[in-house]
Design a protein around this ligand. Structure first.
Ligand code: ATP
Length: 360
């Protein structure tokens, strides 16, 4: 029986509370199958030591079977160029561990009221696959500031980068049941191919990859137009693949349509490594008050179990992933423990206990 080493980084703000919560739930779901080891990192750690991702933390993350992270970043802790230090924790992990696919499921759960009227549970159920190592964010730390007059950041798109993320999106579509509207397996390419060569190339390479997937419908949306479609016809979407920055932006919008950042899970995957954390940041405004929703991190933990289960052909973990998701769904449907950001009053610790209780 495999035991999986999970490197955890609590981070800043609400990071520690949601990361601890997810570990409690995952322990309940998998008993002794997971061995969690905490490692330092984040903006507060940088303020103390000058390192946001210490070498030993990185080495532990690289050696672990998976990484579970709370969130990192604190207002005012910035580099001399003005960019936030905290983001660097997962940006460095992304680049160094080549986590090229950021998977962000957008799913309306029972018991959650969408701000869009007329949609019920299951009618919004798609996944955004954000290219995670190229695009505009590839220039992080390497933009040019010319004499304080002109500043440039370069958008990077490579054939290899698009091929692998497009293939990831099509493979994912094959494993899903299609869009809620019509059951059609569909990959939507989100770009601005009408404006920039880099995006036209992104689309063209996606088209090439699509040739290998005749069973999956191909669809296109410009990044501006999709913000309207995601509000007006969210049931049309199945899998959306997007350049790094567009994927970042539309996944927050998608999260908003199904309850907000507190419920939005995220997995950053490469060939050899996986990093799991909620799609939200460190939310310093609500940190330390036990009012953050742990659901995004718990659901990210479920993604971790599923990823480990598939990777290691370990059916028990795959089943545990489904049990965690069902437990979260039951807690939300019962409406007894509704998180603050979904209009309720349940504390982070109460929600954790309720999900564990449901698992039992
Ligand atoms: P980043 O750029 O690092 O993603 P951000 O600046 O977008 O971070 P977040 O930290 O994600 O901001 O949070 C934005 C707001 O959403 C927070 O101020 C908080 O009010 C709310 N929020 C985020 N996560 C949660 C959560 N888990 N539970 C409840 N509210 C949350």
């Amino acid at each position: 029986m495999n035991i999986y080493d999970i490197a955890t980084i609590d981070g800043d703000g609400i990071g520690p509370e949601v990361c601890q919560s997810a570990q409690t739930v995952l322990r309940e779901a998998c008993a002794s199958r997971l061995r969690f080891t905490p490692w330092p990192g984040g903006a507060a750690h940088y303020a103390k030591t000058g390192s946001v991702l210490p070498d030993e933390t990185f080495a532990a993350c690289r050696a672990a079977h998976a990484i579970l992270h709370g969130a990192a970043g604190l207002p005012g802790i910035t580099y001399p160029d003005g960019t936030e230090v905290g983001n660097d924790l997962h940006l460095q992990l992304r680049f160094k561990l080549d986590l090229f696919a950021n998977v962000r499921p957008i799913r309306l759960y029972q018991g959650v009221q969408s701000p869009l009227s007329g949609w019920s549970a299951g009618q919004i159920d798609y996944v955004i696959v954000r290219e995670n190592t190229e695009g505009l964010y590839a220039s992080r730390g390497a933009g040019v500031n010319l004499r304080g007059e002109v500043v440039t950041d370069t958008l990077v798109v490579t054939r290899k980068g698009v091929e692998r993320v497009a293939r990831f999106a099509f493979e994912l579509a094959r494993r899903r049941n299609g869009a809620p509207r019509d059951g059609q397996r569909r990959v939507t390419v989100c770009d601005k191919a009408n404006i920039l060569r880099s995006y036209a190339f992104f689309r063209a390479v996606c088209d090439e990859v699509a040739q290998e997937y005749a069973d999956v419908a191909m669809d296109y949306a410009y990044a501006d137009a999709i913000t309207v479609h995601m509000l007006k016809k969210p049931d049309f979407y199945d899998v959306i693949v997007a350049e790094n920055m567009f994927g970042d932006i539309i996944s927050d919008l998608g999260a908003g349509t199904v309850g907000g950042l507190g419920i939005a899970a995220s997995a950053e995957l490469g060939e050899a490594h996986g990093l799991f954390q909620g799609a939200h940041g460190s939310a310093p405004d609500i940190a330390g008050q036990d009012i953050a929703s742990p659901l995004a991190t718990i659901l990210s933990g479920a993604l971790m179990l599923r990823w480990l289960g598939e990777r290691h052909a370990d059916a028990a973990l795959t089943q545990a992933a489904a049990r965690v998701e069902r437990a979260v769904e039951s807690v939300l449907a019962a409406a007894q423990h509704v998180p603050h950001d979904l209009g309720g009053h349940a504390r982070c610790s109460e929600i954790t206990r309720a999900v564990c209780q449901e698992l039992r």
